[in-house]
Design a protein around this ligand. Structure first.
Ligand SMILES: [Zn+2]
Length: 151
């Protein structure tokens, strides 16, 4: 795929229609998915245009995996999810990215794969901003905890 055709590379209106940037992570960009049917649903996209996990260098895989773990832990704690679903597809948007989808025992599709075919749960701009700020604050607290544990 030409990277001009890839919305994770161009970051154009196709991407902006689906997700909102939360922050940069090591090797990756963290996005809040606009459809919040699954509260806290996010996407973590690798920064360079690589299509398969095995195309990343060993160091990139290591760093990206650590970013995935950090983001997933923050989402699970923040939204009190019973499980995080990690999904890597990319048939259409082949730029390597992981869907991080909090799942709840009393929520939609518990026990099965999450789906994009149900009615979307869209928020107001203010609610998106508030949710993004919550996640940013939790990430900041998370890194402070790491520093304390490492000291
Ligand atoms: Zn790309």
């Amino acid at each position: 795929m030409n990277t001009n055709d890839c919305f994770y590379c161009t970051k154009d209106e196709r991407l902006q229609g689906l997700m909102i940037k939360i922050c940069d992570m090591p090797c990756a960009t963290f996005y809040l998915f606009k459809d919040q049917r699954y509260t806290g649903r996010c996407v973590l996209a690798f920064n360079d245009h690589k299509e398969e996990f095995f195309e990343l260098t060993q160091e990139e895989r290591s760093i990206f995996s650590e970013s995935t773990a950090t983001c997933a832990r923050v989402l699970k704690d923040l939204f009190h999810a019973d499980k995080i679903n990690y999904a890597v597809y990319g048939d259409l948007g082949s730029h390597f990215h992981v869907h991080l989808v909090p799942k709840f025992k009393d929520g939609p599709e518990w026990g099965g794969p999450f789906t994009d075919t149900n009615p979307k749960t869209l928020l107001t701009d203010e609610a998106y901003d508030a949710r993004i700020q919550l996640i940013k604050d939790a990430l900041a607290n998370s890194s402070r905890t790491y520093v304390r544990l490492g000291a």
